[in-house]
Write a protein that binds this ligand. Structure first.
Ligand SMILES: C[S@@+](CC[C@H](N)C(=O)[O-])C[C@H]1O[C@@H](n2cnc3c(N)ncnc32)[C@H](O)[C@@H]1O
Length: 206
């Protein structure tokens, strides 16, 4: 699993490496970003959006250009630098989200909270606890959209893992709905899941 320094090193080549990648883990990457974008609906201008693990800000920058007020959390100084150059008025906090919501965001309210390809750094319980914590930052009527390498069932996960066994990343903990559904329900979270590609999906929490 990459730490902040690993992401610092990847930051310059990140966009190109995704554009060049085929199959797992970024299969359907642009469809995933499009799904999140479409899920946000038509009221982007003026809405307050928090992006967790925004990276180079490919999606966030589109929202910024359309007038959203962008906040973000990322632990990589170089990712923040790249994103800040694209979005001079973006409010980016350098923090490790495995430690929870950074104090800079306490009490803030967002219309939407998004996260793409970042939350697999948390185990299932920590993911659900973090989602529950994020929910306290939602304005009324808001939504959390978490898209990542993800599967509906354990057998879909296994099929993908075996197909990609030579490059599977065993340190990353992907969403498997069958495994986390009960945890989400126990936390009283109202959710829907959408499979987007053979190895990516989005969890929408309202
Ligand atoms: C694979 S990139 C995804 C970037 C972007 N969201 C996208 O969809 O292209 C993961 C991002 O999450 C950040 N990240 C990973 N683990 C993190 C953590 N524990 N705390 C804060 N940021 C983290 C990395 O620095 C990186 O920018």
């Amino acid at each position: 699993m990459l730490d902040s320094k690993g992401f610092d090193l990847w930051s310059e080549s990140y966009d190109q490496s995704i554009a060049d990648s085929k199959g797992y883990p970024f299969e359907g990457y642009y469809d995933v970003l499009a799904y999140v974008y479409n899920q946000l609906g038509s009221n982007i201008s003026g809405s307050k959006i928090l992006d967790i693990g925004f990276g180079t800000g490919t999606l966030t920058n589109r929202l910024y250009q359309e007038g959203a007020i962008i906040y973000g959390v990322d632990f990589s100084a170089n990712m923040i630098k790249i994103a800040q150059e694209k979005m001079p008025n973006g409010r980016f906090v350098q923090a490790d989200f495995s430690q929870g919501i950074p104090p800079e965001l306490t009490g803030a309210k967002f219309n939407s909270i998004i996260s793409t390809y970042a939350i697999h750094h948390l185990d299932h319980r920590a993911k659900v606890d973090f989602i529950k914590e994020l929910k306290t930052l939602l304005a009324p009527g808001g939504q959390i959209i978490i898209a990542d390498v993800a599967f509906r069932t354990i057998s879909d996960f296994e099929e993908c893992r075996l197909k990609n066994i030579d490059r599977w990343d065993n340190d990353e903990i992907y969403i498997v709905m069958e495994e986390i559904e009960d945890l989400l329900k126990k936390q009283g979270l109202n959710f829907a899941y959408h499979q987007i590609s053979s190895c990516a999906g989005a969890l929408v929490i309202k």
